[in-house]
Design a protein around this ligand. Structure first.
Ligand SMILES: *Cc1c(COP(=O)(O)O)cnc(C)c1O
Length: 228
């Protein structure tokens, strides 16, 4: 049986190979371990194997894990799930990054609730790149307005964009969505000096995402196994 350490190493190797094949600099793609629904003991195994970036989708669950693992000071916690506005305080108080900002109201609340003793919350705008009714994220036409708003908020730092392309798309459609994200990223990066993060790529499309400029892949299943 493969351990979490084995699967982590295998994933790191896949990322390194894809980065090289895409003629990109070594270590230009970060690995976010998506640990939603997995027990703290699994996260500790990944930590022991060297993993430092963890992503959680559910606020309550994420905050519990952050508290249980607070002695491990060098972990960077990313919130990557949909967020109701009445839960923003928990994210503002406990997470380092919030990747799924999709409206001004959420951005404003996170800014207002970020404790003064913490560094600014690092944020990405989530984009609904395939325009799916079921998915959160801003429409492409609304990105500029939201980015401009976030840039005025002192307790947030706009780091980039994130998307979850359609899971059922064929290869060509998948590629188009990732390429569209890369083009939006390049455009925003030219206008905002803090932007350096293109968060695309999950277990089933990480190679394609790296070919399309991903700087952070978010990997759950390939590291921790299938979720129930
Ligand atoms: C669950 C999830 C992932 C990880 O998906 P896998 O297919 O398990 O790698 C990545 N990003 C987000 C936003 C998720 O919700």
């Amino acid at each position: 049986m493969q351990t979490i350490a084995d699967r982590l190493l295998y994933t790191q190797n896949l990322i390194a190979q894809a980065t090289k094949n895409a003629h990109r600099p070594a270590n230009s793609v970060k690995l976010l371990a998506v640990s939603k629904t997995k027990p703290v003991s699994d996260l500790e195994l990944a930590y022991a194997a060297g993993q430092r970036l963890f992503g959680e989708n559910y606020v309550q669950e994420g905050v519990e894990k952050i508290k249980k693992m607070q002695s491990l000071r060098d972990i960077e916690w990313h919130f990557i799930g949909p967020l109701q506005s009445n839960k923003t305080r928990l994210v503002a108080e406990h997470f380092d990054w919030m990747q799924s900002v999709d409206r001004a109201k959420i951005a404003q609340r996170l800014n207002d609730q970020r404790p003064v003793n913490l560094p600014p919350l690092q944020v990405c705008i989530q984009i609904n790149i395939d325009d799916e009714a079921s998915k959160s994220g801003v429409a492409v036409a609304e990105i500029d307005t939201l980015a401009a708003h976030i840039a005025t908020l002192p307790n947030l730092c706009l780091r980039g964009i994130m998307a979850i392309p359609r899971a059922d798309a064929d290869k060509e459609a998948q590629k188009n969505a990732l390429a569209a994200m890369q083009s939006i990223f390049t455009d925003l990066k030219a206008r905002y000096s803090t932007i350096d993060t293109l968060s695309i790529g999950m277990s089933n499309d990480m190679t394609l995402a790296i070919e399309n400029g991903s700087t952070m892949v978010r990997i759950g299943t390939a590291i921790f196994g299938a979720r129930k």
